[in-house]
Design a protein around this ligand. Structure first.
Ligand code: PLP
Length: 467
């Protein structure tokens, strides 16, 4: 057993921590002095950068280790349904790539990405009306890395990012890690509200603050399941342009619409004011970790430098495998297979909600993976989650998608992975949990006071309330 006089921290850390403690004490801040010496669980506590303060493990993550058990219907994760891929074909591509071109495929490559793939990416984007040159494209380690690179290039601590309410949790984590302040803007069934954006940017300007960029997921939104209407696209761009705000268009779901062709990308309407992000994760396979950014020339140069500092180059093997898949397989036919599969699962989800959970409201996704559910007044999806997992169903509570802990009345259901039968069973279980919450509420009053926090929109707005 450790004696009271033995060091709690290793020697190198002890010296550093002691120096830190002295410096902190000299600054006459007793709190800083305490923090500087670390603690028994983590001797390096004092050494961490300020930005790590927002990097905490959530209770939600802990619950998900349980949610991954087979007896739990997980409507939580956004994992594409990979058993539908032609795995043998992909295996053949990988095998040939290593056997015939291994010396290139397994070597370092260009920081901007392989030219052959950048040319194909340009072709892929024409479906959304984007006309770019391969020179404008930076290949990244998933679009998640592109988010990180854009944040790294544009954000100083305390800068403002304007983002939809709710917003993709992975993007919020990136913005937080660069110590930015996220200001949410209301959405409705037609996506981001241009009027709310105008009001937010005007209010920020009046407070002497300028947003560095607007972060938006215009198609089949994660988590809201809505699409920015064609009519609103030029309006959003006009507001952003007038306020001098760059638009970051995060668009991994564009080709997964269930009806008709994708709408024109924001980038297709304003090549100078938009950084557009795409990904092969949802239309092909996330395991290759290949995404991309298309940016105005000067921004693109900065992104490449930031990418080289971060990973030297994206995966050569992954890029060349995807390039081979795109040129030798009917990848558009495969995307259609995915669309039909997800459409059936979306239908099962909406039907099950109508049958089992009529007290709630939800969005009607026309593509993608997600439905956003609004629980009856007074219920709290975060507080309810442990009871849902006990009832063997998992979802992501709405609070994960807000920078300010609002969204308690909401939850996200993902229909991409479970079969339609499992989805129906999961929604039935969820409805049982909601019923018992409502009974508790009828007996003892609201479970946790809160109705949803509304940002720049009205709680009476037509269509599903997403704020
Ligand atoms: C809106 C959005 N952006 C970015 C990503 C990251 O995707 P990847 O890094 O796999 O391309 C996701 C993944 O779920 C997403 O939903």
């Amino acid at each position: 057993m450790r004696q009271p006089h033995e060091p709690v921290i290793p020697r190198a850390a002890e010296a550093a921590a002691a120096a830190g403690a002295r410096a902190a004490a000299a600054s006459a801040d007793p709190g800083a002095a305490r923090a500087a010496v670390g603690n028994r669980l983590d001797p390096w506590l004092a050494a961490y950068a300020e930005r790590t303060r927002s990097m905490t493990t959530s209770e939600i993550r802990a619950l998900f280790s349980v949610a991954n058990r087979p007896e739990v219907v997980s409507l939580a994760g956004g994992m594409p349904y990979l058993p539908a891929l032609p795995l043998e074909v992909i295996g053949g591509i990988a095998q040939r790539l290593v056997a015939e071109r291994g010396a290139v495929a397994l070597q370092y490559g260009s920081g901007q990405g392989e030219e052959v793939l950048r040319e194909q990416i340009v072709q892929v984007m024409t479906a959304q009306g984007i006309h770019a040159s391969p020179e404008d494209v930076v290949v990244t380690t998933g679009s998640q890395q592109a988010l990180d690179l854009v944040a790294r290039v544009f954000l100083d601590p305390g800068d403002v990012v304007v983002a939809e309410a709710p917003s993709y949790v992975g993007a919020l984590n990136v913005f937080r890690s660069y110590q930015a302040d996220v200001v949410h803007v209301a959405m409705d069934a037609e996506g981001l509200q241009p009027q709310a954006l105008e009001e937010t940017l005007t209010a920020l300007a009046a407070a002497g603050r300028r947003a560095k960029f607007l972060y938006t997921v215009p198609n089949h939104h994660n988590p809201a399941g809505v699409t920015l209407s064609a009519a609103r696209r030029p309006q959003v761009l006009e507001v952003a342009r007038r306020h001098g705000v760059l638009v970051l268009e995060d668009d991994p779901y564009a080709l997964l619409g269930f009806d008709g062709d994708p709408l024109p990308a924001l980038r297709s309407l304003d090549a100078d004011g938009v950084v557009h992000l795409g990904s092969f994760s949802k239309t092909f396979a996330p395991g290759f970790r290949v995404g991309w950014a298309v940016a105005p020339h000067a921004v693109r140069e900065k992104l490449v430098m930031a990418a080289e500092a971060s990973v030297l180059c994206p995966t050569s093997f992954g890029q060349l495998a995807i390039a081979e898949y795109l040129s030798t397989y009917d990848w558009r036919g495969q995307v259609k297979v995915f669309r039909e599969l997800y459409r059936e699962r979306r239908d099962a989800t909406l039907q099950a909600l109508a049958t089992h959970l009529p007290e709630a409201r939800w969005t009607h996704p026309e593509g993608g993976f997600y439905v956003w559910v609004t629980l009856p007044e007074g219920l709290d999806a975060t507080a309810m989650l442990p009871r849902a997992v006990t009832a063997r169903v998992a979802y992501v509570p709405g609070t994960a998608f807000y920078a300010d802990d609002s969204g308690r009345r909401h939850l996200r259901l993902s229909y991409c992975f479970p079969t339609p039968e499992r989805i129906v069973e999961g929604v039935r279980r969820l409805a049982g949990v909601v019923q018992s919450e409502l009974e508790t509420q009828a007996m003892f009053g609201p479970v946790l006071g809160g109705s949803a926090h509304v940002h720049g929109g009205s709680a009476d707005a037509p269509g599903p309330e997403l704020a």
